[in-house]
Ligand binder design. Structure first.
Ligand code: F0G
Length: 442
């Protein structure tokens, strides 16, 4: 196997057959590819030639890039398949952008955000409705390769939904730890429906995270949170696929929501590797966006990353309600590699941005909208230029959190004043009532 595990803190090396998530020194681990030999093997053409392949592994938007993910025998791969998510381009309504899976969306969104050259990659279009499937196909494949029979994670919802589905596909036993009463209903329903043993922990996500680590260590269960470096290898494919859809033209910015910081870390590693391999000529800048009430990474950023901060997290965007992100050191590295930054947005800004994305006919869950709100804020602050090419990642599907959406439109979210509420109207079953309700609308 031409890859190894390497500690990002002290550089110690481990074999990929070993079950471990941290170095003996406590540092986080990377899957390290042999970039010198990969340079001979991979090219844009190689990946472009695989587009349109209907069979696995290349039908997957993760395994299409298998040399850069995990060079395993394809018969070992557990895949739905995942990826191949759309890249929406708010431009003129009639012009279609070139490239696979591209489309258009409302001009209003681009105007509202203040950027002409805007792209939205919708990771909510993955099989279980979030980007987590990209990491899970790799994590569960590795679990099977290692001969593990049970897999577990702590989750704010999406990871648990994805783990439950992929474990079912692979015939593994799934155990998920979720903070009781703090995950969106769509996600809880998925974990239950896919058959995961669901433990509702009385505590927050960070407490559940500590408990699952302890449990996995003690009971020999394979841990599939993003501390697991194989998960991040799969999530790198969001960047690979987006760049391929853009004809390998590098955007100026990639904006994404940040919670446990797995995705920020994966994006940094993907870009670093692409640059080292000569597949891109320059780095885009990463902008990681946090909710103001769950902003430890933002606080660390303000202090020049001198200190690792933690907070007691609180936000309507439950997916990113995380106070002590596990992948912190890897995410700091990602921002250093890409001259990146961290922004924060309020719940009000998140939900208003979500309403705009939803009303454009695209839709996303609250955490995803944090990235859109963050991009808007950075444009308003002239950090992102209006003429720059901006790629925003929508991480989860609109239907994940119907409570937040309906609450917004019914104006029932505590402390929020919706700017774009679309309140339903109750009417008598008469044509007159319909006409009255539709006044000014037709
Ligand atoms: N967006 C969504 C929809 C998420 O579910 C998550 C994380 C994030 C953004 C943040 O990504 O953690 O890599 O920084 N959800 C995890 C979960 C924590 O358990 O589903 P991150």
């Amino acid at each position: 196997m031409d890859f190894k595990l390497r500690c990002i803190a002290c550089g110690a090396e481990y074999l990929p057959q070993e079950i471990r998530y941290n170095c003996d020194c406590g540092g986080l681990l990377d899957v390290e590819h042999d970039l010198d030999s990969l340079r001979e093997q991979v090219s844009r053409e190689l990946f472009d030639n695989r587009l349109g392949d209907l069979a696995l592994p290349y039908a997957s938007g993760v395994w299409r890039y298998r040399e850069l993910i995990l060079p395993l025998d394809e018969r070992a791969i557990v895949s739905r398949p995942e990826g191949n998510t759309n890249l929406y381009r708010p431009s003129t309504a009639l012009r279609r952008s070139s490239g696979q899976g591209s489309g258009h969306c409302s001009l209003g969104l681009s105007n509202w955000l203040g950027v002409d050259d805007l792209y939205l990659k919708h990771e909510g279009e993955n099989p279980t409705g979030s980007f987590k499937d990209r990491g899970m196909t790799v994590g569960v494949t590795q679990a099977r390769f290692l001969g593990c029979r049970a897999v577990a994670c702590a989750s704010t919802g999406n990871t648990s939904a994805s783990l439950a589905a992929y474990a079912a596909l692979a015939g593994l036993s799934a155990i998920v730890f979720v903070p009781q009463g703090q995950i969106a209903f769509g996600k809880l329903s998925q974990a239950l429906a896919y058959g995961a043993k669901t433990l509702q922990v009385r505590g927050d996500f960070d407490t559940a995270m500590r408990l699952v680590r302890q449990t996995c260590d003690e009971l020999g269960i394979y841990l599939l949170n993003s501390v697991n470096p194989f998960r991040l290898e799969g999530q790198k494919s969001i960047v690979f696929e987006a760049l391929q859809q853009l004809g390998w033209e590098v955007p100026d910015w990639i904006v994404l929501p940040a919670g446990n910081l797995g995705n920020t870390s994966a994006f940094g590693k993907a870009l670093y590797e692409l640059k080292e391999l000569g597949l891109i000529g320059r780095m885009p800048r990463l902008a990681a966006v946090q909710a103001q009430g769950a902003n430890p990474f933002y606080r660390s950023f303000l202090g020049g990353f001198q200190r690792r901060e933690s907070v007691e997290a609180r936000t309507i965007a439950t997916a990113i309600r995380i106070g002590d992100p596990v992948s912190y050191p890897r995410a700091v590295r990602a921002l250093r590699w890409t001259d990146g930054l961290v922004a924060e947005v309020t719940d009000q800004e998140i939900m208003d941005a979500k309403a705009r994305v939803d009303a454009a006919g695209i839709g996303c869950e609250p955490a995803s909208a944090a990235a859109v709100a963050g991009a808007k804020k950075l444009v308003e602050a002239s950090v992102i230029g209006r003429k720059e090419k901006v790629l925003v990642i929508l991480t989860g599907h609109l239907l994940k959190d119907p409570q937040a959406t309906v609450g917004y439109h019914l104006e029932k979210l505590a402390g929020l004043t919706p700017a774009y509420a679309n309140c339903p109207v109750a009417i008598e079953p008469t044509l007159e009532a319909v006409q009255e309700a539709l006044e000014g609308r037709l």
